[in-house]
Design a protein around this ligand. Structure first.
Ligand code: ADP
Ligand code: MG
Length: 247
């Protein structure tokens, strides 16, 4: 492509209702390969629901999502195969407490991708090294700090070799002194060219790492743009109000 851009996700007039509650009311978005999109907005504005629609943890009520130009909502779509392309990192880590760190990282590749144990473990050790936790391979989640747990969760996500990683407030449950170590791993991934959609309240991260900031409120995208523009010079009153509470 001449401008070096490759659109991998196109969201078109996405709507999601829960019963009579309209949560997403018509969201449009395009995400390029390697782009880091930071989604901000008040609690209840539909940020998590948006992420969950992207990987079909929620089925949209209306609108469409195209992945490499093809609708993921078409009948013949293989949902499990599609979900494998997306990693998701949650606020509360969701590690398997009864498995060691190493087994947490290898269980997906072994069970889902049928990768042999030895190969899965070799790859897992490499990923644990990348997140600075090689020496914790034999530990159990209960023996780790929150920041370490989240770094294991990121290694586990990477082990599935996703095309896109969705981060849903990945640092919101951490003690303040552990936020930085997780943001640092996320920053490394961004520098390596990973495509990321990041819901966060960390405005420093949004400004330094985000290619784009999207402000959501009431089920709509209110405004979006380059982080320095949106954060320093918001155009809409609702964005101004939200940001003034963040600082
Ligand atoms: P955010 O992540 O921006 O805080 P959410 O996407 O979690 O917002 O939620 C948006 C709205 O949708 C909230 O009012 C929430 O209560 C509602 N909601 C989210 N998930 C469900 C669900 N599974 N069933 C019913 N309501 C839901
Ligand atoms: Mg949320």
């Amino acid at each position: 492509m001449t401008d070096g851009k490759e659109v991998i996700i196109q969201v078109k007039q996405l709507k999601k209702n829960f019963g009579s509650l309209e949560v997403l009311k018509g969201v449009d978005m395009e995400i390029d390969r390697g782009e880091v999109v930071v989604v901000i907005g008040p609690s209840g504005s539909g940020k998590s629901t948006f992420l969950r629609c992207l990987n079909l943890l929620e089925i949209p009520t209306d609108g469409d999502i195209l992945f490499h130009g093809q609708s993921i909502l078409r009948k013949e779509m293989k949902i499990d195969k599609y979900r494998e392309k997306f990693g998701m990192v949650f606020q509360l880590f969701n590690l398997f407490e009864n498995l060691s760190v190493l087994d947490n990282v290898t269980v997906g590749p072994r069970r889902v991708k049928k990768i042999p144990k030895e190969q899965a473990e070799k790859q897992a050790m490499e990923l644990l090294r990348q997140v600075g936790l090689e020496d914790k391979a034999g530990a159990y989640p209960s023996q780790l700090s929150g920041g370490q747990k989240q770094r294991v969760a990121i290694a586990r996500t990477l082990a599935m070799d996703p095309e896109v990683i969705l981060f849903d407030e990945a640092t919101s449950a951490l003690d303040p002194e552990m936020v930085g170590e997780v943001l640092q791993i996320m920053r490394q991934l961004a520098q390596q060219g990973m495509t990321m959609v990041v819901v966060t309240h960390e405005m420093g991260f949004a400004r330094e790492v985000g290619d784009r900031v999207v402000f959501m409120d009431g089920g709509y995208i209110v405004e979006q743009g380059r982080p320095k523009d949106v954060i320093a010079n918001p155009q809409h009153q609702r964005t101004k109000d939200f940001l003034s509470k963040m600082l």
